[in-house]
Ligand binder design. Structure first.
Ligand code: AMP
Length: 300
């Protein structure tokens, strides 16, 4: 079974949500993505943590089937991000980003990971994402995530990266910002022209679009009655998507559509709990039931 190699941030998050503060809970794009991907198959995690990173968190990842040979323990404190959500949870502001050990992070891919064909480049500096690709022998599918910060300050490097990416995942705002196109179908065309043959545009609670040239798949968001914490939903989506594709080893259009549904299933669980609590506890039968729920939601 092919594992999924996941590179990105492993973090502590301090979250201000609905008048409550959740201090230094487990976070980071690679953490969310890895936990999500382990629902489908093995994961190889590449990231960095400091001496304050708890054994309980490493144990959680390892017990779920993540190989932590690429999780560097550096001298210093773990990356810390603090954010506050608006009352309706539709937006958030960053209050604080302490890069700590992440500031000097240079991803080193362990020899045992270098032949892995399925690679997810979580949302980190495109310069580092390129360094990761330089260390992988012959990837079969490279997924990259990004954010507005890198579109602002690392555009040339991001454009360079796009030439080597098969599947680009970004949200609607980022797609517009990167291409200058307001219309998402035109934005996807412009993104294809940069390199990726598959583009996935996330629309938050409104679902996701999968675009491969003229072929478009549109999945709505699952209407949820309670949302506890939207943090990491995008990373969970991408991690589950790659986590589903890697063991299936199937890049056909139907397989990619199914992967988008599984990405959305795990993302819908992610927002139901604070931090990684829900994605770490959800059972295979709950995942299956929600996949069926998506089928009913979209059948007519
Ligand atoms: P999302 O809600 O999917 O955008 O992801 C949120 C996660 O990204 C949090 O757990 C943060 O720890 C992490 N994060 C926030 N800012 C950054 C950054 N500049 N670089 C890498 N990871 C970040």
């Amino acid at each position: 079974m092919h594992p999924t190699l996941i590179v990105g941030s492993v973090a502590f998050d301090t979250l201000h949500i609905g008048g409550e503060c959740h201090s230094k809970v487990l976070g980071g794009a690679a953490t969310y993505a890895s936990i999500a991907a382990t629902h489908f198959g093995p994961v190889q995690l590449v990231g960095v943590v400091g001496h304050d990173f708890p054994d309980t968190a490493t144990r959680l990842l390892r017990d779920r089937g993540a190989d932590l040979a690429g999780l560097e323990l550096a001298d210093g404190e773990t990356f810390h991000w603090e954010g506050r959500y608006s009352e309706d949870l539709s937006s958030r502001e960053t209050l604080r980003t302490d890069l700590n050990v992440f500031a000097d992070f240079r991803p080193k891919i362990p020899a045992s990971f270098k032949a892995t064909p399925y690679v997810m480049l979580g949302n980190i500096d495109p310069v580092l994402q390129l360094q990761v690709l330089d260390q992988i022998a012959q990837p079969k599918l490279v997924l990259a995530d990004t954010m507005n910060l890198w579109i602002d300050i690392r555009r040339p490097e991001l454009v360079e990266l796009c030439k080597r990416v098969d599947l680009l995942v970004l949200n609607d705002e980022e797609a517009r910002q990167l291409t200058g196109e307001l219309n998402l179908v035109r934005a996807a065309k412009a993104l294809h022209a940069l390199g990726p043959r598959t583009v996935i545009i996330k629309k938050g609670e409104h679902g996701a679009l999968l675009l491969q040239g003229e072929d478009v798949f549109s999945l709505p968001g699952l209407p949820l009655s309670s949302v506890a914490d939207p943090t990491g939903a995008g990373d969970t989506f991408a991690g589950a998507l790659m986590g589903f594709i890697a063991p299936a080893n199937d890049l056909s259009a139907p397989s990619l559509r199914k992967a988008v549904v599984y990405g959305s299933v795990l993302a819908s669980f992610c927002v139901e709990g604070i931090s990684t609590s829900r994605i770490a506890s959800v059972t295979p039968s709950e995942v299956h039931a929600r996949f069926e729920h998506f089928k009913r939601l979209t059948s007519f």
